[in-house]
Design a protein around this ligand. Structure first.
Ligand SMILES: NC(=O)c1ccc[n+]([C@@H]2O[C@H](COP(=O)([O-])OP(=O)(O)OC[C@H]3O[C@@H](n4cnc5c(N)ncnc54)[C@H](O)[C@@H]3O)[C@@H](O)[C@H]2O)c1
Length: 291
């Protein structure tokens, strides 16, 4: 059987590392990661993958193979800090993704799978035009759909909801919520929640996101594969689940609620989530009892 060459952009990041972990279990896959280590970490590397350091905007010189499939996750991936980082967001998400699309077009890559953001469907405060991250992610969805129309690019677009789980980064400016709360809990600090705290999110287990995008790579075509749980929790409820002190603070809360999850991924791909975030937090607390 001919080996498949699979490129994962952002393979040293949170979701990308789980995509790689799942792909390398098949010895028939030749898995390459392209990551600029802006937010990726070498500690996320897994045996069996070929890690290349660089920006997607330089994909032409860094990837000399023609992949059978590209899982494109390598973009700037945080909402609140994107106001300060607008130049980076433009460079990594607009310039970088344009280069990936041109690479696919010129090399007739058989399939591009894109990790879009569910913020595209959010209305009102926190909607796609309210912050640089959501704006550029949403523009890329339009651009990929247009490459499908203009050039017949074969693609599948996936929408991730809030990922959580192993290898999540809890430190620094680009930390994500559950890992940040875990770190604060371990230090014995109060958990801080941006007001009003009632903003709800569809927290979805990272391995379920990875399984979803791979299913879309194998059997999905076109736009609209949403990978999110249907049960949402407010950020305040999540903080309370850790059982300690919770403090409400000022800040950018992003959208008020996660948008509803389209059933397309469940209906067409048979995808379903397997882990509830409250159960995950309860296990974490059981494994790290306060003395
Ligand atoms: N995790 C979520 O809840 C979520 C929700 C919606 C969409 N997404 C999308 O899924 C993808 C992965 O998200 P994540 O949470 O794993 O983020 P992450 O920051 O952990 O991973 C992104 C990875 O891409 C790398 N990267 C960024 N720009 C790059 C570029 N131009 N060239 C090469 N590498 C680059 C980073 O160094 C990082 O390793 C992102 O595109 C993100 O927008 C994630």
């Amino acid at each position: 059987m001919k080996k498949k060459t699979i490129l994962v952009t952002g393979g040293a990041g949170h979701v990308g590392s789980h995509v790689i972990e799942a792909l390398v279990t098949n010895r028939n896959n030749n898995v390459i990661s392209l990551d600029n280590y802006f937010n990726g970490r070498e500690e996320n590397h897994l045996p069996g993958a070929d890690y290349r350091k660089g920006d997607t905007k330089d994909i032409d010189s860094l990837i000399t193979e023609t992949p059978d499939i590209i899982y494109h996750l390598g973009e700037y991936a945080r909402i609140a800090p994107s106001f300060d980082d607008v130049e980076k967001v433009f460079d990594m998400n607009a310039v970088g993704t344009f280069a990936v699309l041109e690479f696919c077009r010129k090399h007739n890559v058989p399939k591009l799978v894109y990790s879009a953001s569910s913020t595209k469907f959010t209305t009102g405060e926190g909607s796609k035009d309210k912050n640089p991250y959501s704006f550029f992610k949403s523009n890329n969805v339009d651009l990929i759909n247009n490459y499908g129309n203009w050039y017949g690019l074969p693609y599948a677009i996936c929408y991730f909801y809030n990922g959580f789980g192993p290898r999540e980064n809890g430190n620094g400016k680009y930390a994500t919520l559950i890992a940040k709360f875990e770190q604060a809990y371990l230090r014995g600090d109060p958990l801080t929640v941006v007001k009003p705290g009632t903003q709800k999110r569809a927290f979805t287990y990272v391995k379920d996101l990875a399984r979803g995008i791979i299913l879309a790579g194998e059997n999905g075509w076109g736009d609209g594969y949403a990978f999110g749980v249907s049960e949402t929790y407010s950020v305040y409820e999540i903080a309370k689940a850790f059982g300690g002190q919770v403090e409400l603070i000022d800040g950018y809360p992003g959208r008020l609620n996660s948008p509803g999850v389209s059933p397309k991924a469940r209906d067409e791909l048979g995808w379903h989530p397997t882990v509830d975030v409250i159960d995950y937090i309860q296990k974490f607390v059981e494994n790290h009892p306060r003395t």
